[in-house]
Design a protein around this ligand. Structure first.
Ligand SMILES: CSC[C@H]1O[C@H](OP(=O)(O)O)[C@H](O)[C@@H]1O
Length: 381
């Protein structure tokens, strides 16, 4: 059983508060789209697929609740409310495209159902069923990504492999299983993983707090490194691949992912290490021609000037059980800060993009991917 980041039953949603991991395991109730918006914006839940699903389900629980107390008088009222709520949810975070993709699909669905429905209940039921299906589909998609990615990598490097990953792409970033971390799970299950390395992923430390936690939880042989140790690692260890997730893949394959991904791709190229992007097709944005059109989220300076963690008395002490995380200021007062949450890795530096329907590679001699043809050929458009 992998970690459960999202707990959902019709009418009830709670999420594992990722700001308190790994030291505290606390589930936060999400009762409506306001709660969903706040949880996404403050990063209690994060990761491109997880954001989309929590947004969709936060509105689903609100609608179920409302239907039980003060039902919509008609179908048009329900459609109007849902569309306005989705528009609001889309303002929570800007870079991961999955949220916008989910909102677009859900809006199209309720408008379609609303055209022929006679009651608000029919519209609500259709919305709730579709949001629930997204949760189910994401787990399946991740499992396929893991399988395709592991198979592809083992074709390139048939011996047991060592891989490096960045940020968090596991059960905590998705509906379950994970994308890049899904590949690591599959390699491990197949007895083909020699070792996994994960970066800390400053400033939010999704690597040291979340990926490391998942790797330990799953008993996968793994080592944590600071972000600035990646080149030395690739210089000294045979690393078969860097495997990362994606927040948005442009039509040409340029990929926005957690800040620091781009520098890993450059280092991988220098050391002749495969660089694998993993992304469900919902992360592919064909309306974005290339990476320069991707809106990169800027986050608050205090994420860089501070660290969150368990306070301990000595450097060797290991915090036990649920301990309170505290915020510690590490930077000099008065220093200016630049804090982009993501960067864009050019397609040229990416070896393959692994999706739930297969692996995309560049045509011979090309520097870019043809995501549109790939998705069309696999029935995704
Ligand atoms: C499986 S998508 C994970 C993706 O989301 C992360 O961003 P954030 O923690 O800011 O939501 C990161 O870019 C990961 O690769």
């Amino acid at each position: 059983m992998t970690l459960e980041a999202i707990r959902y039953n019709r009418g009830s949603l709670s999420i594992l508060d990722q700001l308190r991991l790994p030291h505290q395991t606390t589930y936060v109730p999400i009762k409506n789209s306001q709660d969903g918006h706040a949880a996404i914006k403050t990063m209690q839940v994060r990761g491109a697929p997880a954001i989309a699903i929590v947004a969709a389900l936060s509105l689903a629980v609100e609608l179920v609740q409302q239907q039980g107390t003060s039902p919509f008088p008609d179908a048009a009222g329900a459609v109007k409310f849902i569309v306005a709520s989705l528009d609001y949810l889309k303002t929570s975070r800007p870079t991961a495209v999955n949220l916008f993709d989910a909102a677009k699909k859900l809006q199209a669905l309720v408008e379609r159902v609303g055209d022929r429905a006679t009651t608000g209940e029919e519209v609500v039921d259709a919305y709730v069923a579709a949001a629930e299906q997204m949760l189910v589909d994401d787990v399946k998609d991740n499992q396929n990504i893991g399988r395709f990615g592991a198979e592809w990598l083992l074709q390139q490097a048939p011996d047991k492999v060592q891989v490096l990953t960045h940020c968090n792409t596991g059960s905590l970033a998705t509906a379950g299983w994970g994308t890049a971390l899904g590949i690591i799970r599959d390699l491990h299950k197949a007895g083909q993983l020699k070792h996994a390395y994960c970066t800390e992923t400053r400033p939010y430390n999704q690597g040291s707090r979340l990926t490391a936690y998942e790797l330990v939880y799953e008993s996968i042989p793994a080592t944590l490194i600071c972000d600035n140790m990646a080149s030395a690692l690739m210089q000294q260890q045979p690393i078969a691949a860097v495997v990362v997730g994606a927040d948005r893949v442009a039509a040409n394959g340029d990929t926005a992912n957690k800040i620091g991904t781009y520098q890993l791709a450059i280092v991988a190229k220098h050391h002749n290490v495969k660089f694998i992007v993993t992304a469900p097709s919902t992360s592919v944005d064909l309306n974005t021609a290339s990476g320069k059109d991707i809106h990169i989220e800027q986050r608050k300076p205090n994420e860089v000037t501070t660290l969150t963690g368990a306070v301990i008395q000595s450097i060797d002490e290991e915090p036990k059980g649920d301990v309170h995380s505290q915020l510690i200021r590490v930077a000099a007062n008065g220093i200016g800060v630049w804090n982009p949450s993501f960067d864009v890795t050019p397609a040229q530096l990416i070896s393959a993009i692994v999706t739930e329907v297969g692996v995309v590679e560049k045509a011979e001699g090309s520097d870019v991917f043809d995501m549109k043809s790939f998705l069309t050929a696999h029935g995704k458009l």
